[in-house]
Ligand binder design. Structure first.
Ligand code: HEM
Length: 516
C-alpha cells in the first residue's frame, strides 16, 4: 500500500501538471482583448502574466489584502484576479459616486459563484440582479419586516431574548463558569431573527436553532472558499470540485428545515385566518399564494430570501457585538464611562430598555466605533451595469466593484489614530451628544444607496441594547496568564466576514442583577 506522503506527492505532481497545461493553453489561445488597451482604465498595481494581481491576495483574508493594496497603491485601483477584473474603491468620494451619484448603475451584485450548489446563490435577494424581483422584495422587507413600525412591533421579542441572554450570563457568573460570549451572542441574534421571521422560539434545548446556526456557519465558510476559488480563473473548477458536495448537502439540509417551518405556517393559516400576529413567513406565504400580487414569488425564492435574512442578520450582528465586548474588556476606562452614563440615565433599579438608548450617547458611540473598526462585511460587492466614467476613468460594463468599507473607515487622512478604539470620536464634544457622522461616506459599515443594508436600524437597536445591558449588569474578565490584566486577543479570523480569530471566553461577574 502507498504511504500517505506518496499519495500526496502524486497529487501534487498531478496538480502542477494540470496548472501548467492550463496556463499554456490559456497563453496560446487567449489573445488580449483589444478594447481594454484603448480604454482609460484606473491605475493598476504591478501584475503578473495570467494571474494578474492574484499574488497580492492572502487567501481568505481578502479585506486585509485590499487594505494593503489601498495603503500601497491608492484609493481607486483596477485589479485583475486571474481572468476576473475588479474595481477596488477605497475613498469616500468614489464611494459616494457608487452609492449616490451613480447608484442605479451600481445597484447589482457580481454573479455569485455559488449559484447552482448553495442556497445563497443567485436565487436569493442579496445576490439578485437589480430588477423587478429585487425591487419587489426590497419593498416588502422594508415595509413588512425591517421598517420602523415593524421594529417597534417586535420590541417584546427583543426584550425577552436579551433578558434570556443576560440571565444565562448571570447564572454562569453565580456558578463562576467561563462563558463562550460569542456563542451566547450568536444564540441571541439567531433567536431574535428566528422569532421575527418565523415565530420559532429557539430555546437552549431546541436543536433546530442549533442546526440553523451550524448551517449558517458552514455556508459562510463555503461561500468564502468558493468565492476565492472562483477568482482563480482556469482553476475555479477545482474549487467547485472540492466544495460542491458539501455545498449541496448544506443546501439540502437547509431546504428541509425551511420546508418544515413553511408547512407549519401553512397549517396555521388554514386553521386560523386572522391577520393578528403574522410573522414574516406568513406574509411571504400570503404573497406567494396571491394571484393579484404585483409579482408572484416562488417557494424557492421565498426559502432563499428567508435564508438570506438569517445569513445577513445573525452572525453580522453577533460578531460585531463580540468585538464590542472585547474592546470594552481591553479598555476599562471606556467601560466605566459607559456604565456611569447608563446609571445616570437608567438608575440602578431596573434593566436598561430600548427606549433609553436615545439618551445613551456614549453607548451609541461604542457601537459606532466598533462598526468602524470591525465592519462585519468589510467590503460591499457591486457590479457596474453599463459603461461609465469614474474620476475621468473608463469603467467597462459588468466590471465587479468592491467598495472597501474597511479601508475607508481606517483611512488615516480621515480618522485620527485610525486603529485605536476611541468612541469619543463619534461624540460632539461640546454637547456630549452623538454626531451624525457618515453623511460624507466616511462611515459606511452598512454600505449605502438603494443596495445598502435594509437591516441597519434593527441591527443598531439590537446591538445598542444588548451592549448596554452587559455594561450595566456585568463585568467581564478574561482568563489568561496575566491575571486581572489579561487582554483579549484581537486577531481577525480567516474568512469573508470580519470575525474574531479566537472565541471570546470570559468569566462574568455580577455588578447588578435586574432579575432579583
Ligand atoms: C452589524 C450588523 C450588520 C452589518 C455590519 C451589515 C452590513 C451589510 C452590508 C455592508 C451590506 C451590503 C451593502 C451594500 O452593498 O451597500 C448588507 C446587505 C444586507 N443586509 Fe446587512 N448588515 C448587518 C445586519 C443586518 C441585519 C440585522 C439584517 C436583517 C435581518 C441585514 C440584512 C441585509 C440584507 C438583506 C442585505 C442585502 C441587501 C441587498 O442586496 O439589497 N443586515 N449588510
Amino acid at each position: 500500500m502507498r504511504s500517505i506522503s506518496e499519495i500526496k506527492n502524486y497529487m501534487l505532481w498531478f496538480l502542477l501538471l494540470w496548472i501548467f497545461s492550463a496556463f499554456l493553453i490559456r497563453f496560446i489561445f487567449n489573445k488580449p482583448r483589444k478594447s481594454s488597451a484603448i480604454l482609460h482604465l484606473p491605475p493598476s498595481p504591478p501584475s503578473l502574466p495570467i494571474i494578474g494581481h492574484l499574488h497580492h491576495l492572502r487567501p481568505l483574508l481578502l479585506h486585509k489584502s485590499f487594505h494593503n493594496l489601498f495603503c500601497e497603491y491608492g484609493p481607486l485601483l483596477y485589479l485583475r484576479f486571474g481572468s476576473y477584473p475588479c474595481l477596488l474603491v477605497s475613498s469616500p468620494s468614489v464611494a459616494e459616486e457608487i452609492f449616490k451619484n451613480q447608484d442605479a448603475n451600481f445597484a447589482s451584485r457580481p454573479i455569485s459563484p455559488l449559484d447552482d450548489c448553495l442556497i445563497f446563490g443567485n436565487t436569493g435577494f442579496v445576490t439578485a440582479p437589480y430588477g423587478d424581483y429585487w425591487r419587489f422584495m426590497k419593498k416588502l422587507s422594508v415595509t413588512e419586516l425591517l421598517g420602523t413600525q415593524q421594529i417597534e412591533r417586535s420590541r417584546t421579542v427583543r426584550h425577552q431574548e436579551t433578558a434570556r441572554f443576560l440571565s444565562k450570563m448571570i447564572q454562569s457568573a453565580r456558578k463562576t463558569e467561563v462563558v463562550d460570549v460569542g456563542a451566547e451572542l450568536m444564540k441571541l441574534t439567531n433567536n431574535i431573527i428566528c422569532r421575527v421571521v418565523a415565530s420559532t422560539s429557539c430555546s437552549d434545548e431546541d436543536d433546530e436553532a442549533k442546526r440553523i446556526r451550524e448551517l449558517l456557519k458552514m455556508s459562510c465558510e463555503l461561500a468564502g472558499k468558493m468565492s476565492f476559488a472562483n477568482s482563480l480563473g482556469p482553476f475555479k473548477k477545482l474549487g467547485f470540485w472540492l466544495y460542491a458536495k458539501k455545498s449541496k448537502d448544506v443546501t439540502a439540509r437547509y431546504d428541509q428545515l425551511m420546508e418544515k417551518l413553511l408547512r407549519k405556517h401553512e397549517d396555521k393559516a388554514k386553521n386560523n385566518g386572522s391577520d393578528d400576529n403574522k410573522d414574516f413567513m406568513d406574509i411571504l406565504l400570503k404573497v406567494c399564494h396571491d394571484d393579484t400580487a404585483e409579482l408572484r414569488i416562488t417557494r424557492e425564492q421565498m426559502k432563499s430570501f428567508i435564508a438570506d435574512l438569517f445569513f445577513s442578520g445573525t452572525s453580522t450582528t453577533a460578531e460585531t457585538m463580540q468585538w464590542a465586548m472585547a474592546e470594552l474588556i481591553n479598555n476599562p476606562s471606556v467601560y466605566k464611562i459607559a456604565r456611569d452614563e447608563i446609571e445616570s440615565v437608567v438608575g440602578r433599579n431596573r434593566l436598561v430598555k430600548e427606549t433609553d438608548i436615545r439618551s445613551l450617547h456614549y453607548v451609541q458611540a461604542i457601537t459606532k466605533e466598533t462598526l468602524r473598526l470591525y465592519p462585519n462585511a468589510p467590503f460591499a460587492p457591486r457590479v457596474c451595469i453599463k459603461d461609465c466614467k469614474i474620476n475621468g476613468f473608463d469603467i467597462p460594463q459588468n466590471t465587479p466593484v468592491a467598495v472597501n468599507l474597511y479601508s475607508i473607515m481606517r483611512d488615516p487622512t480621515i480618522w485620527e489614530k485610525p486603529n485605536e478604539f476611541c468612541p469619543e470620536r463619534f461624540l460632539d464634544l461640546a454637547t456630549s451628544k452623538i454626531e451624525t457622522k457618515g453623511q460624507n461616506f466616511d462611515f459606511i459599515p452598512f454600505g449605502g444607496g438603494r443596495r445598502g443594508c435594509p437591516g441597519k436600524n434593527l441591527a443598531y437597536i439590537l446591538m445598542n441594547t444588548a451592549i448596554a445591558s452587559v455594561i450595566q449588569c456585568l463585568d467581564l474578565k478574561v482568563i489568561g496568564e496575566d491575571g486581572d490584566s489579561a487582554k483579549v486577543n484581537m486577531q481577525e479570523a480567516i474568512g469573508m466576514s470580519l470575525a474574531m480569530a479566537s472565541p471570546l471566553q470570559c468569566l462574568p461577574l455580577v455588578h447588578f442583577d435586574p432579575f432579583c
